[in-house]
Ligand binder design. Structure first.
Ligand code: NAG
Ligand code: NAG
Length: 546
């Protein structure tokens, strides 16, 4: 087993949990038995009693569904030292997609902190390409990214020399104390100064809503906004801000920089844009003519990388000789750093992150949750799993025939137009699926149905950290979006029971159903909290007396 790049461990205390589950099951049976044998004779009491019975039957059913994942949760551990020993720097290329949609709700200075954190991964820079999809089509975001491309020349060598964490400058400077070493302090203050000046320029541009003329002349890309375009109506824009293959694109210490690309796909009012799934699909195509890496990672613009080894962790799965070829994607949890102390709305998602996703991993594979996920490019493009499948890990390293950057940009733009997908399988068989608010979950389900497994990894130091909802209103909004989306999957042709029938195991289907049935679960819950209290007012007892 020495050679394995990852290990799978069972949760401790399984026997205790199973014993507990059996007692709960017996309890449920006794409750139902009591309900059935004590139905009152007539009147409103009888109806309320039968309603209680129906609610309890539902809860019992839902409880059984959740046991599919709770019965045997597992944990994954990676061996990055073995990966390093075996592959050294001969690692595959990785494309990183960051999606942003609106410069108002997602301020450009926040977006580029995320971009900088993923550019600074502990990974060979020449193998890394970072793409920012800007669905707001905003010159402010483009400007911020241009600033980031300049700041990266100082930030990346600084991160690597002192091996600092986290590598989002915003998070780093707000968390870290001043270094004691005088020499380090000088450099630290210099970088901090650069960073603060940059954010100030970006924020004041965002406030005024325009970019000064003396900045516009610095890059040809600004000319794209000369035509009075709006966020809902504009031509495709692709600008390669740093070309990793260019020998002059180096940082302040003459090391290669990762490729950095800005993309705003074409938007026209008469064409549906399919939200984030549409942006991801455009990125898949645009990146195919620029870097075409075999691995694609995607992350939301508000989730910075808190762990510079996440790429290496994910590769331990894909490159594992024994089982790696079965794994289609590697999912990290969503962690938030601005939770309130008592976390009264449960927004830190502890049950999901520390139990359910582990459990569903053990029965066929974790859901794709739309952010913090590494995919093989091929599976996003619709490939089915076959035993003899061999990944082309050198893809992307060979580089295209020498084509100048303008030609590449033109080619990429033609792939990001509104009409490109017409009469194609994009959004259906290829790429992320369209037509559902939680397109990521269906996309993951379709990948599982094509025979691939997925794994869940939750390392001790969080891989990605974002800002979560904290108030009741934000929480309700998020839960509504998730439960509504998952319920609409349940009602659609992608219902895990039918779509997954014969393709994934019954337990895996049940795992998906936990989320699919979240929304209807609210009805018996409401009944259960309202009716017995009303019954008390009227003197109708719905529970046995002590
Ligand atoms: C974080 O939490 C605060 C409240 O604690 C909330 O108002 C805010 O929307 C969250 N996001 C950010 C960016 O602070
Ligand atoms: C994020 O990384 C820092 C180290 O830079 C670590 O101290 C912290 O615990 C991490 N956060 C989480 C939630 O794991």
């Amino acid at each position: 087993m020495e050679s394995r790049l990852f290990a799978t461990e069972k949760f401790g205390g399984r026997a205790v949990y199973r014993f507990h589950a059996v007692t709960v099951f017996l309890g449920i049976c006794l409750v139902l038995y009591y309900r059935v044998t004590h139905v009152p004779g007539s009147g409103a009491g009888r109806a309320a009693w039968l309603g209680m019975l129906a609610a309890e039957l539902w809860f019992a059913f839902y409880w059984v569904i959740t046991q599919s994942v709770r019965w045997s949760p597992i944990r994954r551990r990676t061996f990055k030292d073995r990966l390093a020993a075996r592959y050294g720097e001969r690692l595959p290329c990785v494309d990183i997609f960051v999606c942003t949609a609106d410069p108002k709700s997602e301020p450009p200075s926040l977006v580029i902190a995320t971009v900088l954190s993923v550019m600074a991964y502990n990974y060979p820079s020449e193998k890394l390409s970072v793409y920012l999809s800007d669905d707001g089509g905003s010159i402010l975001t483009f400007y911020a990214l241009w600033e980031a491309s300049t700041f990266a020349k100082h930030w990346l060598p600084f991160c690597k020399r002192y091996n600092i964490q986290p590598r989002s400058p915003a998070a780093y400077f707000s968390e870290s104390d001043k270094p004691h070493d005088l020499h380090v302090l000088k450099e630290w203050s210099f970088i901090k100064g650069l960073y603060e000046e940059m954010t100030e320029r970006i924020d004041s541009a965002a406030m005024s809503g325009e970019i000064p003329e003396q900045i516009r002349v610095n890059h040809k890309g600004f000319a794209e906004w000369n035509t009075g375009i709006t966020s809902k109506d504009h031509q495709p824009i692709v600008q390669i801000l740093i070309d990793g293959k260019d020998k002059n694109a180096v940082d302040s210490e003459a090391n290669v920089l990762p490729t950095l690309v800005y993309m705003a796909r074409e938007k026209r009012p008469q064409y549906p844009h399919n939200f984030k799934a549409g942006a991801m699909n455009a990125l898949i195509r645009v990146s195919s003519v620029i870097s075409n890496s075999p691995i694609i990672m995607n992350v939301d613009c508000d989730m910075y990388s808190n762990n510079s080894d996440s790429i290496r962790d994910a590769l331990c799965f894909f490159l594992d000789e024994a089982n790696g070829h079965k794994i289609g994607f590697v999912q990290y949890p969503q962690n938030y750093n601005n939770m309130t102390k008592n976390n009264i709305y449960g927004n830190s998602l502890n049950v999901i992150n520390q139990m359910e996703l582990n459990g569903i991993d053990s029965v066929g594979g974790t859901l794709y949750i739309g952010t913090g996920c590494f995919h093989r490019r091929e599976i996003l493009c619709g490939r089915w799993f076959t035993q003899d499948y061999k990944e082309d890990w050198d893809r992307g390293t060979r580089g295209k025939t020498q084509q100048c950057i303008d030609q590449t940009e033109e080619e990429a733009k033609s792939l990001a137009t509104c009409t490109y997908e017409q009469n194609t399988q994009w959004g259906n068989e290829i790429g992320l699926k369209y037509g559902c608010p939680v397109e990521d979950v269906i996309t993951g389900l379709a990948i599982h149905c094509r025979g691939w497994k997925s794994v869940y990894i939750n390392p001790p130091r969080a891989a990605f950290i974002g800002v979560g909802p904290t108030t009741l209103a934000q929480t309700i909004l998020q839960h509504k979006r998730w439960s509504e989306g998952n319920f609409s999957i349940f009602l659609s042709k992608y219902c895990p029971f039918f779509f997954g029938h014969g393709k994934i195991t019954l337990r895996h289907q049940m795992g998906y159903l936990i989320y699919g049935l979240w929304a209807p679960n609210s009805l018996p819950t409401l009944y259960y909290v309202i009716i017995p209290s009303l019954g008390l007012l009227k003197g109708t007892l719905l529970f046995p007396e002590v």
